[in-house]
Design a protein around this ligand. Structure first.
Ligand code: KG4
Ligand code: ZN
Length: 337
């Protein structure tokens, strides 16, 4: 079964062709980074308009790369949640038009579930496993029992992890997105120079939840003291200590989830999974088996949408042309033991 995937939930405009949920025949990912960089973050209005201008070209290039014609397709899968609704609607309308015109089944795909599926496109990962999804918009610790299931165990109660990186980087005037710049700066710093807080949330209600707002404020306060000359601590040391705290916050919750569920397989996804410290810390853990998808499958991409779309279509799921977009993750449910 050859499925076309469409992804437009944020600032990546992507179309991919995937065979049998495994083999990526072609994929184009057009990033809008340059469009949003002058504003220090993604501007929803610019994102949706840019998708509108780009999506047909991205689709044509993806088909050409796959070496197939539209009539060779067996189904269309499209991200319909979560994300910026104006951006989602562009991909959704395009996918509906295509499915209707070609007489193909259409299926809506949850973007976060697709992130958990992404590594399967590189090498098979046995279910069940824990998922750690960390991006600019989401911070989720989840359990997956098969491609179609995702149980959210924990999430952030305020800022997303990548958002904290971006906001701290903005204070450093490092530009957008800031995660890569902080990552680089931290390499030259002492990660023990500061001890930044890990907000202790009420354990019974928030066993696997995280908070990044307090950490972000504490780091920005240190930076202010550095800028106004009242502290001799180096910017590199602040960055390294921030990064250590940001990663450890997640790993502590992940450890709890691993101990409680008895699962040791972990799939990591989202832009922050590119972080050097995060990768090194997880790779060093002999008690966990960790899968990092290759970078183009780790950040937003349409191949993971087509891959999961294949399983949905095979299970008999198909959506009508009234399929709607939503800003939220499907069936969001937090479970505590
Ligand atoms: O998944 P993604 O490409 O887009 C969404 O947010 O959906 O993730 C982008 C986020 C940004 O917050 C960016 O600063 C962060 O991932 N990021 C990093 C690194 N590379 C990207 N954060 C820390 N270290 C990195 N190396
Ligand atoms: Zn994403």
């Amino acid at each position: 079964m050859t499925v076309l995937g469409v992804e437009s939930s944020c600032d990546e405009c992507s179309v991919a062709v995937v065979e049998d949920g495994r083999r990526v025949l072609g994929q184009v990912i057009a990033t809008q980074l340059e469009e949003h960089a002058p504003f220090g973050g993604v501007v929803p209005e610019i994102a949706s308009r840019t998708h509108t201008r780009w999506i047909v070209g991205v689709y044509e290039r993806a088909l050409a790369e796959a070496g197939i014609r539209a009539t060779d397709l067996d189904g269309v899968a499209v991200t319909n949640r979560p994300g910026l609704v104006g951006s989602l609607v562009v991909g959704l309308s395009f996918a509906k038009g295509l499915a209707f015109g070609l007489g193909l089944p259409l299926v809506g795909v949850d973007h976060m579930r697709a992130h958990l599926y992404a590594p399967q496109l590189a090498e098979p990962v046995e279910y069940p496993f824990l998922g750690l999804l960390v991006s600019g918009g989401h911070t989720i610790i989840a359990r997956a029992d098969d491609p179609l299931s995702m149980e959210v165990l924990g999430t952030t109660i305020d800022d997303a992890c990548g958002e904290a990186f971006d906001k701290v980087a903005k204070h450093y005037a490092l530009g957008y997105p800031g995660g890569v710049a902080i990552d680089r700066l931290a390499r030259a710093g002492d990660d023990r120079a500061f001890s930044f807080p890990d907000a202790s949330l009420h354990k019974q209600d928030h066993r696997y939840d995280v908070s990044y707002s307090g950490l972000k404020t504490a780091v920005i306060n240190q930076l202010d003291q550095f800028w106004n000359g009242s502290s001799q601590k180096s910017a590199e040391n602040i960055a390294a200590s921030f990064e250590r705290a940001a990663v450890d916050i997640l790993l502590r919750r992940l450890d709890r989830a691993a101990a409680d569920t008895g699962l040791s397989r972990v799939v990591v996804g989202g832009g922050v999974a590119a972080n050097t410290r995060m990768r090194a810390s997880l790779a060093a853990r002999s008690d966990l088996q960790v899968w990092f998808p290759p970078l183009e499958l780790c950040t937003d991409n349409a191949a993971m949408i087509a891959g999961l779309g294949y399983h949905l279509l095979r299970s008999g799921r198909a959506d009508g042309l009234d399929l709607d977009a939503s800003a939220r993750v499907a069936g969001f449910r937090r479970t505590c033991p």
